[in-house]
Design a protein around this ligand. Structure first.
Ligand SMILES: C[S@@+](CC[C@H](N)C(=O)[O-])C[C@H]1O[C@@H](n2cnc3c(N)ncnc32)[C@H](O)[C@@H]1O
Length: 202
């Protein structure tokens, strides 16, 4: 069971942007402004590219790739945005190649969000940006979304923003979040020096 994303491409392509609150867009804009010219960006679990399109409207010079395992979603991603058919837990990108990773309403859908975050830390360059929009399962609207997705058979691997900050701190990120009524935007940077545990080879 679970949400059949493969068959929901038209829906997300047309209405997906409505799932983001207005206050999230200025935070995205502010974060993207810090990226280098023609920076390389992943929209991870990007579906039809809702975030990628928004990012391109803000910064037309960016080179953006949408990564997703649902071909029916990727089919709706418009050029010049590139697509990669892959799971976040096994990203087909070399180490320290990317300037930013965006995750919009996606992390909690992953089977193994922690493995995905390890991959994100691997592919980002030092100083790289991680921007996440998601629901807090312990607050406001997030509580309902959590239970709704559990009923639908989704992984529902939600994290609180505080928990997520702690999780990524262990991977060498430092950041902050803004939360409103069960939704949050977390912005973080990969520090130049990774902690010993994360830096050690597997
Ligand atoms: C709610 S949609 C959000 C799509 C897009 N970010 C947006 O804002 O419209 C969640 C997406 O996560 C994708 N997804 C699920 N498991 C994934 C995984 N392990 N790795 C990458 N993407 C995954 C789904 O295919 C789906 O496109």
């Amino acid at each position: 069971m679970g949400i059949p994303f493969d068959r929901l491409g038209s829906l997300f392509s047309r209405w997906g942007h409505r799932a983001y609150p207005r206050w999230a867009w200025p935070l995205l804009s502010e974060a993207l402004r810090t990226l280098p010219r023609e920076g390389r960006v992943l929209d991870l679990g990007g579906g039809t590219g809702v975030l990628a399109r928004a990012a391109l409207a803000i910064r037309p010079d960016l080179k953006i790739t949408v990564v997703d395992p649902a071909k029916g979603m990727l089919r709706h991603v418009p050029a010049p945005i590139e697509v990669a058919f892959a799971r976040a837990e096994a990203l087909p990108f070399a180490r320290a190649q990317l300037d930013a990773v965006l995750l919009g309403e996606a992390l909690h859908h992953f089977q193994d969000p922690r493995a995905a975050l390890v991959q994100v830390a691997r592919v980002l360059r030092p100083g790289g940006l991680l921007w996440i929009y998601d629901f807090d399962p312990r607050a406001g609207l997030g509580r309902w979304v959590y239970w709704g997705e559990r009923l639908l058979g989704e992984p529902a691997n939600f994290m609180t923003p505080q928990g997520l900050l702690g999780e990524i701190a262990g991977l060498g990120f430092s950041g902050s979040f803004e939360a409103r009524r069960g939704r949050y935007v977390l912005t973080a940077r990969l520090k130049d020096e990774k902690p010993q545990a994360a830096a050690r080879p597997a």
